[in-house]
Write a protein that binds this ligand. Structure first.
Ligand SMILES: [Zn+2]
Length: 316
């Protein structure tokens, strides 16, 4: 039986492919199509590779046409499948941030730290062994750099804040950013007649609120029409969403500072974040039960709180 793969097609030759991680429409990989070449932006993890290849074939294209695989940063939901995907794409170059390159060449540290977070059993179930990418197939992209996919120009901007090894990719043709995790998370299941619902995302290490705010401004300066989020899909209405993102980062900082010395710091930040998210979702017109909302937001609340705690302990 072939697995059902959700893919969403947007104008301008851009397709979001559900990477299959955790739950439907949680994490995307993108296929960028031009007449003469293809690019993949974000690889998902090892289990996403076959999905990407299936969608390429379904669209009547060939793996030989893929000229570039681009990862916004090296977290496993974005780049965990890079090595294995590159083995299947004979003509592709992997494009990565200068700070992420060594982890693509030798993913052993990335794998070890993920195993420490998930435990071996869950790590194996979710990810599997990471595959190194040969050096001659790697292109390290500096801030301000650009490349051509077919006739199409992509530009790269260093965007620290979520991670220091993060860049965003500007597609002039559609006036859109492949924003990785810099412009937060917006799940399509929370769309209402008011549009998309968005909130910031952090991780256990490298969360840097001022840097994240500045990176968002760098994206908005371009007056983009589209943001292609990894979690999940395209959003528009960007000035409103940027305001929501700024407010969200301000809340993360506020809770961090308020509960910094609390004995039950983690619990209190998590509780404040969950009730803020649920309240905002209600105001946005989301009608799921509280239990469903807790399920939708649960994983992100845990990760975001870890990010805030890391910032309290190391970054402030
Ligand atoms: Zn992510």
């Amino acid at each position: 039986m072939t697995e059902c793969i959700t893919s969403l097609e947007y104008p301008g030759g851009i397709v979001a492919i559900d990477s299959g991680m955790v739950r439907p429409q949680m994490a995307a990989c993108y296929l960028l199509e031009t007449d003469s070449a293809l690019a993949v932006v974000e690889t998902g993890n090892n289990r996403s590779v076959d999905r990407i290849l299936t969608v390429i074939a379904q669209r009547g294209r060939r793996v030989e046409e893929v000229s570039h695989v681009i990862v916004t940063h090296v977290h496993l939901d974005h780049a965990g499948g890079a090595g294995r995907l590159m083995q299947r794409l004979p003509n592709a170059t992997l494009v990565v941030h200068p700070r992420g390159a060594r982890h693509m060449l030798d993913p052993s540290r990335l794998e070890a730290s993920a195993r420490a977070v998930y435990g071996d059993e869950e790590y194996e179930a979710q990810h599997g062994a990471l595959v190194p990418v040969p050096e001659e197939r790697l292109l390290v992209m500096e801030d301000g750099g650009s490349l051509q996919v077919g006739g199409r120009t992509l530009e790269f901007k260093d965007t620290p804040g979520h991670a220091r090894h993060h860049f965003c990719v500007w597609d002039e043709f559609s006036r859109g950013w492949f924003s990785g995790d810099t412009f937060g998370i917006s799940y399509r299941e929370l769309d209402t007649s008011s549009g998309p619902f968005i909130f910031p995302t952090t991780t256990p290490i490298q969360f840097d609120p001022p840097a994240l705010l500045e990176s968002m401004e760098r994206l908005m300066e371009r007056a983009p029409r589209n943001m292609y989020l990894t979690h999940f899909g395209r959003v528009q209405d960007l000035p409103r969403l940027a305001a929501d993102m700024r407010a969200g980062v301000a809340k993360f900082v506020e809770w961090g500072e308020r509960f910094a010395t609390s004995e039950r710091r983690r619990e209190r930040i998590e509780a404040a974040m969950m009730s803020w998210l649920v309240e905002r979702a209600r105001a946005h017109g989301v009608t799921y039960s509280d239990a469903s909302l807790h399920e939708i937001f649960g994983g992100d609340v845990v990760l975001n709180t870890q990010g805030i705690e890391f910032w309290l302990d190391n970054g402030r």
